[in-house]
Ligand binder design. Structure first.
Ligand code: AGP
Length: 368
């Protein structure tokens, strides 16, 4: 029952812990042993063969999910993809290249700006509109040509958690489907990706086991007024999402930057009062990120690093290391989201804020 907090003190924590289950529900019926099923959008997915571009539109946390998908779509399907917040898109002149897929992301399916963007897009000659949404009866689902439901179940906490990770799961399914229909992906690679996706719920479960360790770390944040989140590649949108979560429920001012931008300005902010939170992916950018971290450490900044064992990072003076399960690179943005959700939750609890109903915010922004 969605309205029952069960053993949890807050809906947000209940929803964080539901993630292994709801991600499994999101995958259910969408993938087979070795491929994404061709009927996962409710119609034969061969319409994706004509897609030449993708425009993704969303707000808030859903927008961050879209930003991750840009990396996946360009990488796997080799198609140009743009991502924009709905409140900007709806009021500007938009150039739509031929055969562009219009993709909206929304937990509620009732966000005013996202709905207005969809209505505008209908006049602009897109190939078709696809909504990735959590509420089957929503206006967004009713008004979009195609839908992929995220199946996260009701989300009550204002700070979105399980809606985000199921959106990412649905976006990965979509990216693989596009890549497969565009023949940009070999059958072997598709089977590998699908196989990795099947292990997602177990990896999320494992990531949740760091809850106690993260709770300890969160005590150090309670008296901070600012925080800086850093990430590279698809971890940059995850850094943005981590900073949004912290802002929303703990009221700590937080910013996120692509780690490579550090020297272009934000490094000036770094001193002993500025915690820096970073998700270290285990990919070719690891060494570059490590050198960014050294720059921070050299200026006395306190570093909170989330990385897997193989990154070979340890707790040292000024570096607080939390282990994240080692997963295939494609899954890293989803799995690395979990510790950031837990961190913002525990910081908010220490600060005594209203976790499920933060001041000034509504669950669904149905007016401009
Ligand atoms: C997330 O924690 C927020 N409360 C908010 O940014 C939210 O994601 C945004 O308002 C979009 O909502 P939607 O997904 O229901 O469209």
């Amino acid at each position: 029952d969605a309205t029952d907090k069960g053993e949890f003190r807050h809906y947000m924590m209940k929803e964080i812990y539901e993630q292994p289950k709801v991600i499994a529900a999101c995958l259910e019926g969408r993938i087979s042993d070795n491929k994404v099923l061709t009927d996962c959008f409710g119609v034969d997915s061969s319409f994706l063969k004509s897609v030449e571009n993708v425009h993704i539109i969303a707000c808030g946390t859903s927008y961050h999910a879209g930003m991750v998908a840009k990396y996946w779509i360009e990488d796997l399907a080799n198609l140009p993809c743009t991502v924009e917040v709905a409140s900007e898109y709806r009021y500007r002149k938009v150039a739509v290249p031929k055969d562009t897929l219009f993709l909206t992301l929304s937990q509620s399916g009732e966000t005013a700006d996202t709905l207005a963007a969809l209505r505008k897009a209908k006049e602009l000659g897109y190939l078709t509109s696809l909504a990735i949404c959590n509420v089957p009866s929503s206006t967004l689902v009713r008004e979009s040509a195609l839908t992929l439901l995220t199946n996260a179940g009701a989300e009550i906490g204002v700070a979105s958690t399980k809606a985000f990770t199921t959106q990412l799961t649905a976006l990965l399914i979509t990216s693989i489907a596009i890549a497969s229909e565009k023949e940009a992906l070999s059958a072997i690679k598709e089977a590998e990706l699908v196989n990795s996706m099947r292990s997602l719920p177990a990896h999320i479960d494992e990531a949740l086991k760091q809850d106690v360790a993260i709770k300890k770390v969160s005590d150090r944040f309670a008296n901070k007024h600012n925080a800086l989140f850093l990430g590279r590649g698809p971890m940059f949108p995850i850094a943005l999402e981590g900073s949004l979560k912290l802002k929303e429920i703990s009221y700590i001012h937080a910013e996120a930057y692509p780690a490579g931008e550090l020297k272009h300005g934000p490094l000036a902010l770094v001193d002993e009062d500025m915690p820096i939170i970073t998700m270290v992916p285990h990919n070719s950018m690891l060494d570059k990120l490590k050198s960014n971290l050294q720059e921070v450490a050299a200026r006395g900044g306190e570093l909170y690093v989330f990385a897997d064992k193989d990154a070979e990072l340890q707790n040292t003076e000024g570096v607080i290391f939390t282990e994240v399960p080692k997963v295939d690179e494609i899954l890293e943005p989803i799995v690395h989201t979990i510790p950031l959700q837990l961190l913002s939750y525990h910081v908010a609890v220490v600060k005594g804020t209203d976790v499920d109903q933060p001041r000034n915010l509504a669950k669904s922004v149905t007016v401009e």
